[in-house]
Structure formats: structure tokens, C-alpha cells
Design a binder for this molecule. Structure first.
Ligand SMILES: CC(C)(COP(=O)(O)OP(=O)(O)OC[C@H]1O[C@@H](n2cnc3c(N)ncnc32)[C@H](O)[C@@H]1OP(=O)(O)O)[C@@H](O)C(=O)NCCC(=O)NCCS
Length: 314
């Protein structure tokens, strides 16, 4: 069998047609395929994503799209095989070709045309396990719960000068958590948190809305924080974290309620966040505050040999 990767640009029209087929095959409700295709083209042009054409028996029959995902490895964002050649073996070959071309893979995407069981057989053989991500929104007509502060805890809005304190809480909250690996900047938890805080505070993921972000304090120290950014025309709660020493007492809830109240006060009607479904504590918190699922859940796969914490570690 002649299986290999051809550079994406070697056949641009085939490449773009395959990307179009791949994106349409996902049929994600609420997602406009042509917007996704345009975004992918832009990322390829800017070098933020890489793609390869999969060739088998002298014919281009599929493609893979991946992005560098920091210190851990790459994130495979899209794989696709033409319906006429879809099989577990063909996808296993394609996946093998990706690891040879792109290096260690940290995250993998679904394989269109396979059943979940078939996809699981292929990806488990490479050491992957599934997880799901959803976008939740706070309905514009829902009442905002009243703020209730746990004893000894106060909540105020975040300030640009809180970066180091927010980083310290972020490091403690995410240290042994799966979710840290989704946006990994550095393998070391403390350096990782410092970088994430610096990127967030610096507006690298979108304008930081300090007035909507919240900091919880107890005994003069920060014990929890939220970070809200402007992203895709909505207010996105990009981070919610509580020092584990203060967990399970309502600090997370108080922070999220304070954030939603601040946004509502300034008539922000589109309030969203993304959550790992297996992070039951976070999901329960958001549900009880009044968030509802708006997009997803998407199915994704993580490399259990590279990520030591399962997503449902609670
Ligand atoms: C998620 C997180 C912010 C929650 O903070 P917290 O202060 O412990 O949350 P709260 O005490 O306000 O509890 C919130 C809800 O979770 C529930 N909960 C608490 N511990 C739980 C557990 N071990 N398993 C499931 N649910 C749990 C509580 O019952 C509460 O629900 P309720 O409204 O029915 O009472 C915190 O655990 C954290 O920082 N986790 C790591 C970072 C992270 O995953 N952030 C979210 C990314 S989307």
C-alpha cells in the first residue's frame, strides 16, 4: 500500500474541496460550514495550522489538519477520508502518517464516516481517550441569582495590578487538572499560570473586561478569580478558578454570579463560556447559576500517555 502525505499546497483545489467536504460532514448544529472553511484557510495562510493530503494507491483520498499545541504536542483538528475509502484501517494509516509528519499528537478529532465504536478502536490503539466540550450561555431573559458570599470571603472586580495574585490562584486550581492541558503554555504549573495570566491580562485572546472579571479574597489573599474577555462579539468567561483549599464552599458560585451581574448591569446580553463536560463540578456550578448548553457537546480525544489527569478526576 502506498500511503503517504503530500504537502497541502501541492494541490490547492483538491485540498480546499476536501476541507469543505470534511467540515460539512460534521454537520454541527448552529455552525456555518462556510465560516469554518474561511477560518481554516486564514489559519493555514497565517501558519497557525498545518495540513497534509493523504495519498493512498496514488490517489488523494483524504486530509488532516493540525495545529501546534504548545509544549505537549500537536492538536489534530480535522481528519477526513472520502466516503468510498472510509475504514478503520485507512484511518489508522492516516493517523500514523500524521504522527510521523507532525510529531506527538496531544489531541485528536472525530473520524467522519466511522461509528463511535470504530473510532474508539482506532484511537484507543494510539492511547487516546474521549472527552466532550460544550459552550454554555446565560440566557438574556434569565434572572441573575442574588449574590451570596461564603463566610469570610469578599468579591470585587479584578484590576490590572492583580495579575500575579490571579496567576497564583490559577496555578493552585489547575495544578492537577485536565483542563490545564487544553490551553497549555508551559509544562510547569507555576510558569504556565504566569504565562496564561500574562496573555489574558494583555488582551491576547480578546479585550480583557476587568470590570466584569472578579477576584475573591479571604484573609487578605486572593482565593478565586474569573477572567472575562470580549470574543466573537460576546462576553466570554475565559477562566473560573478557586484555590482548592477554599473549594466546595460557594466561592466559585459567588464569583460567577458577580461576573454575570456586572455584565448584566452594562447590558451585555451575550454571555458565554466553554466547559469540559467531564468537569462535573464546573458544569454543576454553571447550571445552578442558570447557564444552559448552547453549542456542542463536541467529541474530542486526548492522549493519555501525554496528559496524566483524566477529565473527570472529581
Ligand atoms: C470549578 C471550580 C471553579 C468550582 O469552584 P468552587 O468554589 O469549588 O465551587 P462552589 O463551591 O461554588 O460549588 C459549585 C457547585 O459545584 C458543586 N460541587 C462542589 N464540589 C463538587 C464535586 N466534588 N463534584 C461535583 N460537584 C461539586 C457544588 O455542589 C456546587 O453546586 P450547587 O450549586 O448545587 O451547590 C473549582 O473547582 C476550580 O477552580 N476548578 C479547577 C479549574 C476549573 O476547572 N475551572 C473551570 C473551567 S471551565
Amino acid at each position: 500500500v502506498d500511503a503517504r502525505f503530500a504537502p497541502f499546497a501541492s494541490d490547492l483545489s483538491t485540498s480546499l474541496a476536501l476541507i469543505e467536504d470534511a467540515v460539512r460532514s460534521r454537520r454541527e448544529p448552529g455552525v456555518d460550514p462556510s465560516e469554518v472553511v474561511a477560518r481554516i484557510q486564514e489559519e493555514l495562510r497565517a501558519g497557525r495550522a498545518h495540513a497534509g493530503l493523504f495519498r493512498r494507491d496514488g490517489r488523494t483520498t483524504g486530509l488532516a489538519l493540525w495545529a501546534p499545541s504548545g509544549p505537549l504536542g500537536t492538536a489534530v483538528r480535522l481528519v477526513y477520508l472520502e466516503p468510498t475509502v472510509v475504514s478503520k484501517d485507512a484511518y489508522a494509516e492516516l493517523f500514523g502518517a500524521i504522527t510521523r509528519n507532525a510529531g506527538p499528537v496531544a489531541f485528536a478529532s472525530p473520524m467522519p464516516g466511522l461509528t463511535f465504536e470504530e473510532e474508539a478502536t482506532v484511537l484507543r490503539s494510539f492511547g487516546f481517550a474521549p472527552f466532550r466540550r460544550s459552550e454554555m450561555r446565560f440566557p438574556s431573559i434569565a434572572p441573575v441569582p442574588s449574590p451570596e458570599l461564603p463566610k469570610g470571603v469578599s468579591v470585587r472586580s479584578l484590576r490590572p495590578t492583580d495579575e500575579a495574585e490571579a496567576a497564583r490562584v490559577h496555578a493552585a486550581a489547575y495544578r492537577d487538572r485536565f483542563d490545564r492541558y487544553l490551553f497549555l503554555e508551559d509544562l510547569d504549573p507555576v510558569r504556565d499560570a504566569a504565562q496564561v495570566a500574562s496573555l489574558l491580562f494583555g488582551g491576547r485572546f480578546g479585550e480583557m473586561l476587568f470590570w466584569a472579571s472578579a477576584l475573591a479574597e479571604a484573609n487578605g489573599r486572593a482565593v478565586g478569580a474569573t477572567a472575562v474577555i470580549r470574543s466573537g462579539g460576546r462576553a466570554l468567561i475565559a477562566d473560573v478558578c478557586v484555590d482548592p483549599a477554599y473549594g466546595g464552599r460557594g466561592v466559585g458560585r459567588a464569583l460567577v454570579v458577580a461576573t454575570v451581574r456586572a455584565l448584566r448591569t452594562r447590558n451585555e446580553s451575550a454571555i458565554a463560556l466553554a466547559v469540559t463536560e467531564e468537569n462535573h463540578r464546573a458544569v454543576r456550578l454553571y447550571e445552578h447559576v442558570g447557564f444552559i448548553r448552547a453549542l456542542g457537546p463536541t467529541r474530542e480525544w486526548y492522549n493519555t500517555r501525554l496528559i496524566p489527569f483524566p477529565p473527570d478526576a472529581d
